[in-house]
Design a protein around this ligand. Sequence first.
Ligand code: HAM
Length: 414
Amino acid sequence: MSEKISFEPPRGMRDFYPEDMVWRNRVFDAFRAAGAAAGFEPYDACVVESYELLARKAGEEVGEQIYHFYDKSERHLALRAEMTPTLARMVAQRQHELSFPLKWTTIAQCFRYERTTKGRKREHYQWNVDIIGEDSVLAEAEVIGAACDALRRMGLSSKDFKVHVSSRKYLGDLLAASGIPASKHAQVFLALDKRGKMPDSEIAQMLADGGLGAGEVQATFAIMDTKSYAASPELAELFRLAEIAGFADCLQFDIGVIRGLSYYTGIVFECFDTAGEFRAIFGGGRYDNLLTTIGGDPTSAVGLGFGDVVVTELLKARLGADAAKAKRGVAIGFMTPEQRDTALALAADLRRIGKDVNLALHPQKPKKFFSHADSTNAAEAVYIGPDDAAKGVARLKDMTTREEKEICLRSPNS
Ligand code: HAM
């Protein structure tokens, strides 16, 4: 007797049934359109990478969440947890052939062994937009502007989300001004990134463990109350550019944005829903040293990752679970096997003029046909009975208004 296996996908992994694909396509279409509108070129890469490229220093969450394995030749491989190291590798490989600045985009499936909670899965699709080889803050503005554009294309506005922006460089300057040397900043960033996720007393302990004295810990917390970005030329410039480009209403300064990944060097940002109900919608920043870290030439870079999970939850909450169910295409049905060829001829004719046609595969009673056409969201439906086929005329029904109009049928052999 065969053993019954679970029909569920492995924990944290998702199946996409057709009703899920409607949402996924809505999100992906907005990603692709916003990327193209801002001049980003699509690229892609393998999902499996060498573990060595992805592995990171201790303390970084993503490094600890990597799915890794040995292949039959004992190569240590891993599923990518994010696209950025792969992008850096691809750029480093062709560094002397590529024409900079590069503006590249992709939708990459990523795998992380996370604790699965609302908004966090063990697999997600992540839209990446990156600009490699540009020092000016216009790069940040273009990347963030593209992400805001994608959210607008999905049907959301600046009332629904805000991009919280800060700068590690600015925070570093503030820490240095309080006497905390640059050598301790990485530890400080790591601890401060945990703020809101654990009590301040534990953060203080982490800072102390990182070598900060009591006065320095206190100074660090005081810095986290900074409300103005005016002393940071790069942040001031970003807000000025956003004003010109028309997305300043989507931005807000937030010194508390640190980012969990260690490679960021300058401006960092994270987008949240305004109601604070969901996890981060997207996040990114400037990472000017990553290429040198993996052995490439020094190259500035800025980019972001925008996952499909949180934004889909947000869209369903704000637009309603049925919002993505747009009616489309024509359903064609027939009553007895004798009308099958006529139905196929009509389907072929309509497809030739660019219509999407869902042709029934076997005869059906009219009630069954129309209820199936409704459940598959057909915009129009044609049902062919023996009389229609004999007369060479059928009725095309608008599934929203229920209005009908006559259409001609051709003989299947003509
Ligand atoms: P990240 O903040 O780790 O950044 O991820 C970016 C986005 O991916 C998150 O804001 C979220 O939307 C989504 N995401 C991440 N992990 C999960 C998960 N387990 N389940 C669902 N969604 C998730 C990065 O990955 C950087 N590499 C982004 C970047 C690109 N920086 C520069 N270029």
